[in-house]
Write a protein that binds this ligand. Sequence first.
Ligand code: ZN
Length: 643
Amino acid sequence: MSAVPSERLSLLLLLAIGAAMVGSLTAATAAAPARETPPTKPAHAVVPERLTGIPVSQLLVSMPAGARVPEAQLRRDVWLLAHPDWEGRGIGTAGIDSAANYLALRMRAIGLAPGGDDGTYFQSLEVTTGVEVGEPCAIEIAGNRFAAGEDFEPIGFSTNGRLKAPLVFAGYGISAPGYQYDDYAGLDVRDKLVLVLTNEPGEMDSTSRFDGSVNTAHAELRTKAIVAREHGALGLLVVNGPRHHAGEPLRAPRRDGAGYMTSGLLAASVSERLAERMLAGSGHTLRELQDSIERDTRPASVALADSATVMVTLRRTRATTRNVVGVIAGRDSARTLVVGAHYDHLGFGGESSLAADSHAPHVGADDNASGTAAMLGVATQLAARAAARTPQHHLVFCAFTGEEIGLLGSGHFVDQPTRPLPTVETMINMDMVGRLSRNRLAVSGTGTAAEFPAMLAAVNASTGGFEIKSSEDGYGPSDHSSFYKRRLPVLFLFTGAHVDYHKPSDTPDKLEYAGLARITQFCAAVVESLDARPRPTFHQARSDSTIGRIAGGAGYGAYLGTIPDYMQTEGGVLLSGVRSGGPAEQAGLRGADTIIQFDGVHVDNIYDYTYALRSRKPGQQVRITVKREGGNMDFVVTLGRRP
Ligand SMILES: [Zn+2]
């Protein structure tokens, strides 16, 4: 249980920022847009204007120029941003809009000028937030129709359409040469509907040929869909196996989470009851077939006598979401420094949650109310200094949205920068900086400019005193990647992963506020140091995927060395670059190529691509087809080993 207070947010605000503000902030919350707001112009873009005349000074702890950022202010920002009433700051919730309004208010109170669109603090972008079930959505077996609900549910990555086809039971739907296991061996599924079990053989069995207690990538529904498609099937039906999941309700197609890129076939979950009906004519039961596979880890695939008709209609839901941007104007318009942190989180869970099927608000105190509060703290400190002495650079402070669903806010910012991108000399990103332990601060990107190592050492000696664990790489699973992709020097501050990562238990009571204050201080000193220097010299840094692994990237074997563009969704995988010295570069692939075929696997999106790469081994030669300048080109690449 968390120690988050049970008072309503309005009361919390009352305590936090004084009675004079409450009416207006409540109004700001109420003015948050309905989810179906048309994407072009958010109705609430004007909210901060309505707050004119409010004693916003009360938002700030009074602070003389050059003073330390008070811990109390960081604590208050974190507790407010991570309040459960703000719905885990999920894209498409009213909560994230309230959080954005709050951030704009804070930026104004700090004295930042609006740095977004049309003289506001906001920069809007439209994103896909989920799918909704439309009509028709049903399955017909032997003249009986089952609508979406208890016995039949489309999967979020299904294509739309209607299909009548023969049924084939394909065990777990796995082709895994690495485990000497193939449900498709000797089975003809071309133009058919395959029925498969969820998960993989040996679930909960420590002696399993697979990994046993933890599922491998072969258990993922995405993988099963791609495998079925690559074997020529037109549809996939999945059923929970009775051994471990008897009677579990079907999952509704995700209404929250990333992309919803389609898998290229019709896909749905069916109940055990329905699966038994499909098997009825075969003389087998689901339980018996599953037991048989489990007994000796041998497939028990079988063509069925019946056919079924599947109809799926899914609508993708879209929402407008906002970056919040504030600026301290500097003396030289050709020079910019950016300090950023994402303020969105996982909402009520979804695909990225590590708390299985949780629907509690994922309040994200460390991820990333901590970085957002620190970014405001840095702004507070530098605004106080700027009042005495104008900085050289324009200092841009960004609270990014959509980080958790693919760096969308920062991707939008570098695509449509509010200041010319070439003027950006360094981007500093803070993501998860609230759990300083044993005085260890991870700083990545130290190899992205020649001057960084010495500069950081000097700043750390005077302000900080951290045990810095540095990594040269400019790529990582957060917003600085968007800037580094554009060949800009970046620095990324991070206090490390922990057991509460991406769970509802990432609560504000668990943060190390004294450490957060010190990191804020350190970050402000880094900005000041950069402000006093000539432009750093950009370097393409050595890559190091340590942080990617910490944050949940599975370590699979084969390595190609590509940098997919997160903004791209379908029609192939667009590369924003290739890693220097990697297999892709050596074979001649380059940025702006779109991969459409990988060793015979059709690549429509990042999931197809990941699958194709995972299913090959280091040292293997593969043929890759890319779209380049309107034509197709083939490359033969020898896959490397993941560094
Ligand atoms: Zn996160």
